[in-house]
Write a protein that binds this ligand. Structure first.
Ligand SMILES: Nc1ncnc2c1ncn2[C@@H]1O[C@H](COP(=O)(O)OP(=O)(O)OP(=O)(O)O)[C@@H](O)[C@H]1O
Ligand SMILES: [Mg+2]
Length: 252
């Protein structure tokens, strides 16, 4: 059975006068991976950021429409932003660990959210690193600087840091574009595991990756969703010529 985790209704986003997202309507399904594809500048990152209100940090942004997570409008005045960002975690294109130890990177979020006991924090650190498939590589160097890890390890650390606060939704903006093929494969395999527990939305420029990791795909062009469907349909029988042109590499 598939449940809607996030429902986006008639979403419009403006950067000043510029209409960057137009009439976005989409249901994002729980415990599935949804890929967002489309050429550079079409609004993928902008859309991703609307899902945890990261655009609120940008001046001159105006948003209309509704985004419901578990049926509750996240743009409602009553929505608690700290709570929202805990529930909807984000992983960025470039790994961005804090300049602290591996342990502190993971325990930081839980501590902010009030967990103090060392034993509990130890447990969260271990569990999160295991879920991010990084534990075996770092268990003997938890008190070493995170910035001493390789790029691929740093990205898995950022995933672990995101998992440590127990989100329901994970947003990933081109999470493997800065990684080598082996690290990329590790992150892709991880997604397969993570979707059992989390709802994942991933932006990717890599068509093969979208095909491998996602259940659903939305094709964005010039701020609109041109087509959204099961990934296998998008890649085997797209309905719109523009989708077809994009996935076959004719533009973008
Ligand atoms: N802070 C901002 N202020 C004004 N315009 C912005 C801002 N951020 C993005 N834009 C514009 O909004 C449009 C969508 O940008 P966005 O970054 O969402 O695209 P994208 O699909 O993620 O592209 P890419 O694949 O290159 O990452 C672009 O025209 C971009 O120039
Ligand atoms: Mg982007």
């Amino acid at each position: 059975m598939s449940n809607t985790k996030i429902r986006v209704k008639d979403l419009q986003l403006y950067y000043g006068e510029f209409h960057a997202l137009m009439d976005i309507n989409i249901d994002i399904i729980e415990n599935k991976v949804t890929a967002l594809i489309g050429p550079s500048g079409c609004g993928k990152s902008t859309f991703l950021r609307t899902l945890n209100r990261m655009n609120d940090l940008i001046d001159h942004v105006k948003i209309k429409g509704n985004i419901l997570i578990d049926g509750i409008d996240i743009y409602d005045i009553a929505c608690d932003l700290t709570h929202l960002r805990k529930r909807v975690g984000m992983v960025f294109q470039k790994p961005n660990p804090f300049s602290k130890t591996i342990y502190e990177n993971i325990s930081y979020g839980p501590r902010i959210h009030g967990i103090k006991e060392k034993s509990k924090l130890d447990e969260i650190v271990e569990k999160s690193l295991k879920k991010a498939a990084l534990w075996d590589e770092v268990k003997n160097r938890l008190n070493k600087p995170a910035l001493g890890l390789s790029g691929g390890q740093q990205q898995r650390l950022c995933i672990a840091r995101c998992l440590a606060v127990e989100p329901d939704v994970i947003l990933m903006d081109e999470p493997t574009s800065a990684l080598d093929p082996i690290s990329t494969l590790k992150v892709e395999n991880l997604l397969e595991e993570l979707k059992r527990e989390y709802t994942i939305v991933i932006v990717t420029h890599n068509m093969q990756q979208a095909g491998r990791v996602s259940d659903y795909t939305s094709f964005f062009l010039n701020g609109e969703i041109i087509e959204k469907d099961l990934t296998k349909n998008i890649f085997s029988k797209p309905r719109d010529k523009r989708t077809q042109d994009y996935i076959t590499g004719r533009f973008g």
